[in-house]
Every structure is written in structure tokens, then in C-alpha cells.
Design a protein around this ligand. Structure first.
Ligand code: SF4
Ligand code: SF4
Ligand code: FES
Length: 480
């Protein structure tokens, strides 16, 4: 184990580590652009310079590519280092527009931060800046601002080393260097392409769906779990801070919408990545909601509908339940505790792969498009949903069930969150809350349990399934 000194602190590093890795592990910050902990090390941005003591004095080297050595003495903030870092920032911003005021990355851009921290001066260049394309369509999902690109190659390396699409490359040299998608379209069809937006250290790669939508300091992240497949990736759901409720002329500006989805680093599940489907969760959660109970397709008040469902369940002789693999562990346990002894229960997949979607790969994406099949099966077994011909009541929870399989004459109690034609076919329909309106846990295909948190209030007339089951069993009176 090599021991070295960084800024006067003695550090024990791992053999084979770089100075950057050893310093980061020890909580000592060294700035970086091109280095990324999950990618190879090109050492091309030069902002991570540190001083190293030598017989001849202090020499500077890049920390991201310098292996630690026994007895090494490193300075991260000496006068020499500060001067080099400032010169590097002058060089990096030579042709950069520093247009932070209109940039979507402002507020979370390392170039903006380092420019003020380490340089803070106007360009000393006498030449006009070299201009490049401000709005280049890299794909249908991603816009590239070539003027802001600092050629760190993180995006190119991501497609080579992580997503393996090899979809991006560099064209030309020097101040004419441009990131470009290769002609075979592999970047456009890369299901992980949007990760390059997060790892671009500047505002060069921008999400088309988030473009100019909100300044990030008006947004707040809520930790959640992507329900798009059985991987259950950890995500942040970004939405407007409640105190920034705006009176807007535009109908679409609400405080109850997800503005963007980003990965939440979870080494046990997804690392720092998610697939593009996870980025599009706003579309899943933004579907038209069922916002009130119904009796045989006619609007009913919630308490009346609960009462009716309770008496149907109490009167049934052979009731069957089809439970949701989008239900949380807490909701599934509540169902089991309240109704598990009364009903034979089967777990159904709420969602199946959609046309054009990547069904499964060796990176993250799983063929099972439901977040909690493992949690549901742990409680209710893995038999395929089977409805006996003599079942006289079927309780269906969630989406994706073929109502044609319900025996004629059997009563139907249906719990769903979305506005769907089946809702009107049930004897009793109860609108239930969605993932963004409650706290809970899912267990992924590998048995890892992850928490998600509430970020929005549920609509009036909608019940939390967890409370509802006890009310349906007659062991509690509420439901709301
Ligand atoms: S687009 Fe961003 S990630 Fe890609 S090379 Fe340029 S600065 Fe780096
Ligand atoms: S891999 Fe699955 S869980 Fe992860 S982001 Fe994609 S759809 Fe969501
Ligand atoms: S982070 Fe070390 S050279 Fe870029």
C-alpha cells in the first residue's frame, strides 16, 4: 500500500491507483473535465494538474493519469498549480462562448464553476473566437452545441466503453474538432444515448425534451425507482420546487409534473446509468388519470364505492384476485394481510414489452417490464394468473389484464390509476394513487430492494391502495 502526502495530509492509497483516485477517496478535491470514474483516462483536458515535489523543485503533472508512488508529495493548490490551472482555463475558454445565461447546464456545469473559481478573467486572446454550429441535431433526443464542446471525449468514450454502440466520434482537428454521430445511425438507436447528456461536463449535449424548460435551481430532485423494467434503476425525478409555483399563461406549467429524469448512482443496481426509457418516465406518469370511483361505469363517491366493493367481496364464495406487479412491497403486504386469506391471488405483469423497445440486453434492460414482480411473487407465488370457471368475483389491481378472461357473471372489482376503457366495465371501480404520490419499496429481479418517495399530492377522489385493502376487507373504515 503506497503512502503519499497530499496537501500535507498522509494518505494510504491502493496499489495501482492514480493520484486523482487516491485524492478523491480521501475527500481531497482535484478539478477534472475529461476524467470520469467509469470511463478510460484520455488525459486531454489538463485541468487536473497537481504539483509533485522533486529534487529539482515542484513539477506539474495531470492527476488523473499519474500513478501513486511510495513517498510522493503532492500539492493540489500551490501557486504553481493555480497559475497552470488558470492558464488551462484560459485555453479551454479560448473559443468557448461562456454563454451561461442561456445555457441549460447553467447551475450544474463544471466549466462555469471552474471558470469563476480558477480563472475569473476575460479572455486574453486578441483573436476573435472560432464559431461553430450552435444547434446540431445529434439525434432525435439530443441537441449538440458545438461552441460549448471542450473535446473531452467523454461522450465518445461512453458509446465505445459502456453502451458499446460506437455511435459517436470526433471529426477534424484542433479548433475545428466536432463531435459527430457516425453515419450508420447506431447513436440514434442507442438505448442508453441520453447518459452522454449527464456526463458532458459542459452544456454541449442537451436533452431535447428538457431544452429551455426550466432553470435547474427552480427544480428539486426526489429519489425514486424506475418502474420501466425489473432492473428497478435508481433515479431522480426532477420537478418544480413547491415554493416556485408560477402563475403562467401556459397551461402546461404545473407544479405536479416531472421535468426531467436523471440516474441516481446505485452501485448495487444501475451504477450511474439508466436507459432512455427511464428518461421518459414523465410520459408514463403523465398519462390521463382515473380520478374518481365508479359503480358500473357511473361516477360514484369513494366511500359509497368502497362500501359496495366490501359487500361484494364479503358475499363472494369463490373470489379471485389478480395483483399488480407495479404495486409496492407495502401495498402487496397490505393486500395479503387484509384479503390474502379470503382470495386466491395471482401476480400479473402490468406491462409487456412494446413494439420497437429493446426487450433485454446485457447492460441494464430486463425483459420483464414491471418493477416489482419479485416482490409480488415472494408473497403470492409465481403461478400464471388462472381464473377458475366458477369464480364469482374477480378483483383486478393494475393494468394489462384481459377482462375477457373473467367468467361471465362474476362480479368485478377493479383498482387502477389510469383512464382506461376497462374501468367502466367493473361493478366497482376504484381510482388508486401512483408511484409519485406515495412512498414505498420495490424488489428488483436480483432481490435488491429500493425505496421511492412521494413528490406530488394525489388527486381528490383517489385512494392509496395500501389503505384501501383494509377498508375492502372490513378491517378499517377509510381508504383515502
Ligand atoms: S460534447 Fe460534451 S462530453 Fe462530448 S466531447 Fe464535447 S464536452 Fe465532452
Ligand atoms: S433499465 Fe429498466 S429500470 Fe433501468 S431505466 Fe431502463 S427501463 Fe428503467
Ligand atoms: S481530468 Fe485529467 S486531464 Fe482531464
Amino acid at each position: 500500500m503506497p503512502r503519499l502526502t497530499i496537501d500535507g495530509r498522509e494518505i494510504e492509497a491502493q496499489a495501482g491507483q492514480t493520484v486523482m483516485q487516491a485524492a478523491t477517496e480521501a475527500g481531497i478535491f482535484i478539478p477534472y473535465f475529461c476524467w470520469h470514474p467509469k470511463l478510460s483516462v484520455p488525459g486531454n483536458c489538463r485541468i487536473c494538474v497537481v504539483g509533485v515535489e522533486d529534487k529539482g523543485g515542484e513539477w506539474v503533472e495531470i492527476a488523473c493519469n499519474m500513478p501513486v508512488a511510495e513517498g510522493m508529495v503532492v500539492f493540489t493548490n500551490s501557486e504553481k498549480v493555480k497559475a497552470r490551472r488558470k492558464a488551462t482555463m484560459q485555453f479551454i475558454t479560448l473559443n468557448h462562448p461562456v454563454d451561461c445565461g442561456i445555457c441549460d447546464k447553467a447551475g450544474e456545469c463544471t466549466l462555469q464553476d471552474y471558470h469563476y473559481e480558477y480563472n475569473g478573467e476575460r479572455s486574453i486572446s486578441l483573436d476573435a473566437k472560432v464559431h461553430a454550429t450552435k444547434h446540431y441535431d445529434l439525434s432525435e433526443r439530443i441537441v449538440l452545441d458545438n461552441e460549448r464542446c471542450i473535446q473531452c471525449t467523454r461522450c465518445v468514450r461512453f458509446t465505445r466503453e459502456i453502451s458499446k454502440s460506437n455511435g459517436l466520434g470526433m471529426q477534424n482537428r484542433a479548433d475545428h474538432t466536432l463531435v459527430r454521430a457516425v453515419e450508420d445511425g447506431s447513436f440514434a438507436s442507442d438505448p442508453y444515448s441520453d447518459n452522454v447528456i449527464d456526463i458532458c461536463p459542459v452544456g454541449a449535449l442537451l436533452s431535447r425534451s428538457f431544452l429551455h424548460k426550466a432553470r435547474v435551481w427552480y427544480l428539486k430532485p426526489t429519489a425514486s425507482v424506475c418502474p420501466g423494467c425489473a432492473r428497478g434503476c435508481a433515479v431522480n425525478l426532477w420537478h418544480r420546487r413547491p415554493e416556485w409555483k408560477l402563475r403562467s399563461a401556459e397551461q402546461r406549467v404545473h407544479n405536479d409534473e416531472i421535468d426531467r429524469v436523471t440516474p441516481l448512482d446505485n452501485p448495487a443496481v444501475n451504477g450511474p446509468w439508466i436507459c432512455n426509457k427511464g428518461r421518459d418516465l414523465a410520459r408514463v406518469f403523465g398519462r390521463a388519470r382515473a380520478e374518481g370511483a365508479m359503480l358500473k361505469g357511473r361516477a360514484a363517491d369513494l366511500q359509497g364505492a368502497i362500501k359496495q366493493a366490501r359487500s361484494l367481496i364479503a358475499a363472494a364464495k369463490r373470489p379471485v384476485a389478480i395483483v399488480s406487479s407495479w404495486g409496492s412491497n407495502e401495498e402487496l403486504a397490505a393486500f395479503k394481510a387484509a384479503l390474502g386469506g379470503r382470495m386466491t391471488a395471482f401476480v400479473k405483469p402490468d406491462h409487456q414489452p412494446e413494439p420497437g423497445e429493446v426487450v433485454e440486453d446485457a447492460i441494464l434492460i430486463r425483459a420483464d417490464k414491471n418493477p416489482n414482480t419479485a416482490g409480488a411473487r415472494a408473497l403470492f407465488g409465481d403461478a400464471a394468473p388462472d381464473i377458475p370457471k366458477d369464480a364469482d368475483l374477480v378483483l383486478v389491481w393494475g393494468e394489462g389484464f384481459d377482462f375477457g378472461r373473467i367468467p361471465a357473471g362474476a362480479k368485478i372489482v377493479y383498482l387502477n390509476a389510469w383512464l382506461q376503457p376497462e374501468n367502466g366495465h367493473a361493478d366497482v371501480f376504484l381510482a388508486v394513487s401512483i408511484q409519485t404520490e406515495r412512498d414505498g419499496h420495490y424488489t428488483n429481479f436480483a432481490g435488491v430492494t429500493s425505496a421511492f418517495s412521494k413528490c406530488f399530492a394525489k388527486p381528490a377522489g383517489v385512494a392509496d391502495a395500501e389503505a384501501l385493502f383494509a377498508a375492502l376487507a372490513g378491517t378499517a373504515g377509510g381508504g383515502e
